[in-house]
Design a protein around this ligand. Structure first.
Ligand SMILES: [Zn+2]
Length: 243
């Protein structure tokens, strides 16, 4: 539950800091402003408050979540990623839309409701984009960026970064080609500029080096197919949807 005087904007800032760190991007005010779509001065004022309240430790340029900030951030990220799975797997909202929707849900799910969502979804390991849910207790598979793949490689999409999660056009492009976490592909070709041509169930898809750097893949050992990470068997998901 939220503490007294606790406001969603605080949670947004802490979640974005967590996600930037997760993707290896230094947490700077400009990056936060980009992610949240706020002006520089707005972010500067809010960050000053968050430093004063002990959520961030700041040096000249970079911010770091304090232990207190990290604890709050993990809770928000957890609710966000669980909400994505609920929206995608049970409620049936289109995959490209679940991140935006979860931006709202992450602030209103109580700890009690969260426990029920975890049980309903059988404690999922990842969000709808393959990113690990904090506290799920699952070690993510070892991955590499798709951009380093060579023709002839077989790959399984494990996760896409938050940079892609907020990019609706790219999500729709991936979805249209069936290239969601769990899907497998063969690398057919690599152009001189590093653009890859993938074959996904017979469908060809081009991946620029910039996009490939945001998509993390593994060697396909288990089963493949969009939704292979889904926690609910399809019949159960359909039944829940039909209620
Ligand atoms: Zn996600």
């Amino acid at each position: 539950m939220h503490q007294e005087g606790f406001h969603p904007p605080v949670e947004q800032y802490l979640r974005v800091a967590y996600e930037l760190t997760e993707d290896g991007i230094p947490v700077m005010r400009a990056r936060i402003a980009e992610r949240l779509g706020y002006s520089g001065p707005t972010v500067t004022v809010m960050v000053r408050r968050l430093v004063a309240e002990g959520y961030f430790e700041a040096d000249e340029r970079e911010l770091h979540l304090s232990p207190k900030g990290l604890q709050v951030a993990e809770g928000v990220v957890r609710k966000h990623r669980l909400a994505e799975r609920l929206l995608a797997d049970v409620i049936g909202l289109a995959w490209p839309k679940v991140h935006r929707e979860a931006d709202l849900w992450e602030h209103v799910i109580s700890d009690e409701a969260e426990a029920h969502i975890v049980a309903l979804l059988h404690n999922p390991a990842t969000c709808a984009h393959g990113n690990p849910i904090p506290g799920a207790g699952v070690t993510p598979p070892s991955t590499r960026p798709l951009s380093v793949a060579r023709p002839g490689d077989q790959v399984r999409l494990e996760r896409l970064t938050e940079t892609v999660e907020v990019d609706i056009e790219t999500l729709v492009y991936l979805d249209d080609h069936g290239f969601r976490p769990g899907a497998c592909a063969e690398v057919k070709d690599r152009s001189p500029d590093g653009t890859l041509t993938l074959a996904i169930n017979g469908v060809a898809m081009a991946v620029t080096p910039a996009l490939g750097a945001q998509l993390y893949v593994s060697d396909p050992s288990g089963h493949c197919g969009p939704g292979a990470t889904a926690a609910l068997p399809p019949e159960k998901a359909t039944r829940l949807r039909g209620r």
